[in-house]
Design a protein around this ligand. Structure first.
Ligand code: SF4
Ligand code: SF4
Length: 425
């Protein structure tokens, strides 16, 4: 950290000792996994900086915004519409975390067989180590999977500002009507929180900011079709992770800047891995910071990741909101339409996701797909069978991995991934 942020963390109620320990582990992991990579695009320097300051400068900026009267809203899911949050000049931050923390304490509140993503969010709260969670004026929980839905009843006892949003489970007219009603309710809630009434100009601006951010990260995804791969999967994942924390306008500029650089790399046939390195599409549960285990295993086993079919990846970013409408009502309908296309495994049936995975495997010229499911994540583990079948029908080799945030299975995972890469070679 370039400044001493200790008093800021203390004021937020963080446990400084535990937080120091977390930052130490995070810094070491980042050095070993990220900084050890060779020939990275220069533009990754920006994302390295953001990561080095993710609990420092970024939190300071957020605290300054709060001081100026702006609000911070935390979310655990890409179904929380950032356009509406931006329309009231508030900041949306991702609260999902990718590391185990305070597991013993967590398991006093949640069953052991809860997925790591949920446990980790609770661990960061109970361990008092997440400045994003502590700075949030509103925390939005969403009724997606059963694990999250029921755990919010417990989280409600731990935080004073939980807002729960219902989410449909079927892509039906009734499902869309539910999402629409919930987004209108959310709009009212953020208007109440901020004292700002959303008019068409505000909503249009919010949509534009978020669309630009999504266009920039989707542009980066598109460049990964090239062979040799011009950016590692680890670095592309990092950009997708920073997407959830950074100032959106600055993020858009930085993502576009690295895209300009990567286009030049492609013109010069310059890659981070040799041409014809086996290409992997990752599909499944989202990977929040600092969950880099599986990508690191894949990219140190002789393959490169060329795309993520994930909410920290294309599932969360590929669709834009139609900004051509003029009234608040029309723009709200456009937002509902945009989010209703998200093909999370909580939907039943969910054929769009299968089609999208097959399509992505073709677009990114993947030699194989690795499906990543978190242990105890029923929606994605159940759906992984159908994913494997859909890919088999297209003769696309598939490996299904179930894992968690611990490092205990690294050796075993590496053996399986290496065997899979040998197979697709
Ligand atoms: S996987 Fe589903 S529940 Fe998780 S962030 Fe994505 S949409 Fe939300
Ligand atoms: S990983 Fe699966 S079980 Fe965990 S929060 Fe996401 S959808 Fe729910």
């Amino acid at each position: 950290m370039s400044e001493d942020y200790r008093s800021m963390w203390e004021n937020l109620g963080l446990d400084l000792g535990a937080h120091d320990a977390l930052l130490e582990v995070l810094g070491k992991g980042y050095g070993d996994i990220y900084l050890a990579q060779k020939d990275r695009p220069e533009g990754m320097g920006y994302f390295d900086f953001v990561m080095s300051e993710v609990h420092g400068l970024r939190i300071k900026e957020i605290m300054d915004e709060k001081e100026a009267g702006k609000k911070v809203i935390g979310s655990f899911c890409v179904f929380v519409p950032e356009e509406i949050v931006r329309a009231v000049d508030a900041t949306l931050v991702g609260l999902c975390t990718g590391a185990d923390f305070a597991t013993e304490e967590v398991e006093k509140l949640l069953p052991r067989n809860t997925c790591s993503l949920i446990k980790s969010a609770f661990g960061f709260k109970l361990g008092k180590v997440c400045p994003y969670l502590e700075s949030a004026d509103m925390i939005v929980g969403e009724n997606t999977c059963d694990g999250k839905k029921k755990s919010y009843e417990t989280l409600n006892n731990l935080v004073p500002n939980l807002y729960v949003m219902d989410i449909p489970q079927m892509k039906s007219a009734e499902g869309r009507a539910l999402l629409r009603a919930e987004y209108l309710r959310f709009k009212e809630a953020v208007e109440q929180l901020t004292g700002i009434t959303i008019d068409a100009a505000r909503l249009k601006k919010g949509i534009e900011i978020v669309n630009n951010k999504r266009k920039a990260i989707y542009r980066l995804s598109g460049l990964r079709k090239a062979d040799p791969a011009p950016i590692s999967g680890l670095d592309a994942l990092l950009a997708n992770q920073v997407f959830f924390y950074d100032d959106p306008v600055r993020f858009t500029e930085s993502a576009n800047k690295i895209c300009d650089e990567i286009e030049k790399r492609i013109d010069n046939n310059q890659g981070v891995f040799p041409k014809s390195t086996p290409r992997i599409l990752l599909s499944g549960c989202p990977m929040a910071v600092p969950n880099w285990k599986l990508p690191w295993i894949i990219e140190t086993s002789g393959a490169v990741i060329v795309g993520e079919e994930s909410c920290v990846g294309e599932r969360g970013t590929r669709n834009l909101t139609d900004e051509s409408w003029d009234t608040v009502e029309e723009l709200m309908e456009a937002i509902v339409d945009r989010y209703f296309k998200v093909d999370c495994a909580i939907f039943t049936p969910n054929p769009d996701r299968l089609e999208h995975i097959v399509e992505m495997a073709g677009t990114y010229k993947a030699d194989g797909v690795i499906h990543y499911g978190l242990q105890f994540c029923q929606p994605y583990l159940m759906e992984s069978m159908a994913v494997e079948k859909a890919l088999e029908e297209k003769n696309i080799p598939t490996l299904r991995i179930d894992t968690d945030y611990s490092m205990e299975d690294v050796g075993q995972l590496k053996t399986r991934v290496e065997a899979f890469i040998e197979l697709i070679k």
